[in-house]
Design a protein around this ligand. Structure first.
Ligand code: SAH
Ligand code: SF4
Ligand code: F3S
Length: 443
């Protein structure tokens, strides 16, 4: 039987929903809990502590959180010492209400309370009272060193937290709070430390990385330049960038350091219609967006683009939706992430009356995805018989199968005869699909 005595090793199970921010936060939680002698376990039934790191961006992930916690009911009866908590964006949004709605829960902690997790867990074990910690730390500077147990070849680095954009559909400004940036010198040191641990690639994370502003005044382009020039990191990626803040200075820095800064840009458009974009409060028109996308491809020929699209935003007419469809002919997106509009708490658009039916939203989503599927197959052909540069992330001794990502972020499979993990190799592509490439290693 697993003991819950302090001092003995205990098991923790964390399940993660949502974006890379949450994936990174989960890693931080595991690292912090390791200091309290908690080791990760692979299934919930072996855990003494279960944490659900939740996402609130659309209704579906919120439902998933509730049903997952519900599934632990029997486990809790069998193991009375088991503690269950919810962190992440649903926790931040609901705060103590979540404890009332889900009596099974022992604790709720918000997106700014992750570093307090060891204390929260200790208090919980000592007093057996339910705990809620969901304050925003707006006044504190954003100083967090990346915490990751086994960083591997590629890892995430938070550069900003929060979002001040208040797109009218989006809950994130309410669940992640005001935007704050980490100081440039901390980031340079952080990335340098990671390279000493074998990291070859970092993905800089923020809800809107382009609005990064260091306390010394450096902007995102200057941060990228400094990371490329002053640290030994081999590859730099970032997500997510906001079209309104994506400027020529940044694209020029990317082109100048193309050996290190990857030529893949995720540039969420949300809609191809300027009126819808205005009601979404996105800060750009269809024409401005297209101009920026073309500017990127002119300065960085061959770069890969992807986007996020919402269909069925309140009041979106059939004609306005058709503008989103035709945008696919204007901008060569290699992949799109598309969603049915989902009304979110606290947001302006959720209060508007002209909501579309689920059926209408589903039809639009289907048409958009279907059209893009064909485009994506066409676009993938450009990799056929081309050499791509791949940072190897996995190798299977038995089969010799290796894979990694090309600079344009395509998962690339090939055959190798030795462990190449961590090396950047050239692969000649023989088969090209929208998400994956298959080819031969060029020695
Ligand atoms: N900061 C990022 C987006 C984070 S949320 C940006 O500005 O691009 C990720 C994606 O979820 C968004 O780009 C949007 O397409 C989608 N999304 C956000 N809120 C949504 C909602 N209420 N309904 C449907 N999709 C939504
Ligand atoms: Fe949400 Fe808009 Fe901020 Fe992105 S930029 S997180 S979509 S409010
Ligand atoms: Fe979801 Fe929060 Fe990320 S709402 S998408 S986990 S910032």
């Amino acid at each position: 039987m697993i003991s819950h005595d302090l001092g003995k090793e205990k098991g923790v199970y964390i399940s993660t929903y949502g974006c890379q921010m949450n994936v990174n936060d989960t890693e931080r939680m595991y690292t912090l809990l390791e200091m309290l002698n908690y080791s990760p376990v692979s299934t919930a039934d072996r855990a003494d502590l279960i944490i659900v790191n939740s996402c609130s961006v659309r209704e579906k992930p919120v439902h998933k959180v509730h049903s997952e916690v519900g599934r632990y009911k029997d486990l809790k009866i069998k193991k009375p010492h088991l503690k269950i908590g919810v962190g992440g964006c649903v926790a931040q949004q609901e705060k103590k209400k979540l404890l009332k709605d889900v009596p099974l829960l022992d604790f709720v902690f918000g997106t700014d309370a992750i570093d307090q997790l060891p204390k929260i867990v200790q208090d919980l074990m000592a007093q057996n009272n339910k705990v809620v910690s969901a304050q925003f730390e707006h006044a504190k500077p954003y100083h967090v060193e990346t915490l990751v147990r086994n960083p591997g070849v590629s890892t995430f680095v938070n550069i900003t937290k929060g979002c001040d954009n208040f797109c009218t559909f989006c809950v994130v400004p309410f669940t992640r709070g005001r935007e704050r940036s980490r100081p440039l010198r901390h980031l340079l040191q952080d990335v340098l430390n990671l390279t000493k641990r074998g990291v070859k690639e970092v993905t800089l994370l923020g809800q809107n990385v382009n609005s990064y502003t260091s306390e010394c005044g450096a902007n995102f382009a200057q941060l990228m330049k400094a990371l490329a020039s002053d640290t030994p990191i081999e590859r730099i990626r970032f997500t997510t960038s906001h079209p309104k803040d994506f400027d020529e200075e940044l694209v020029s820095v990317m082109q100048e350091h193309r050996d290190k800064i990857m030529d893949y840009i995720h540039l969420p458009v949300q809609s191809g219609n300027s009126e819808v974009l205005a009601r979404m409060n996105r800060g750009y028109t269809r024409e401005e967006y297209i101009r920026k996308a073309k500017m990127i491809l002119e300065i960085m020929p061959g770069a890969a683009l992807s986007t996020d699209i919402i269909v069925g935003f309140p009041g979106e007419t059939q004609g306005q939706f058709e503008d989103t469809m035709t945008l696919l002919d204007e901008v060569p997106y290699e992949s799109i992430f598309s969603f049915k509009y989902s009304p979110r708490p606290f947001t302006k658009a959720a209060r508007w009356e002209d909501q579309l039916s689920d059926k209408e939203k589903s039809q639009r989503l289907y048409r958009l995805q279907d059209q893009h599927k064909q485009i994506a197959f066409e676009l993938a052909k450009r990799y056929q018989n081309q050499k791509v540069s791949v940072l190897v992330e996995e190798y299977d001794e038995e089969t010799g199968k290796a894979n990694g990502r090309s600079t344009q972020n395509k998962l690339t499979h090939f055959q190798a005869d030795r462990n190449l993990v961590g090396e950047t190799v050239q692969v000649l592509i023989k088969e090209a699909f929208p998400q994956t490439l298959r080819g031969e290693w060029i020695r």
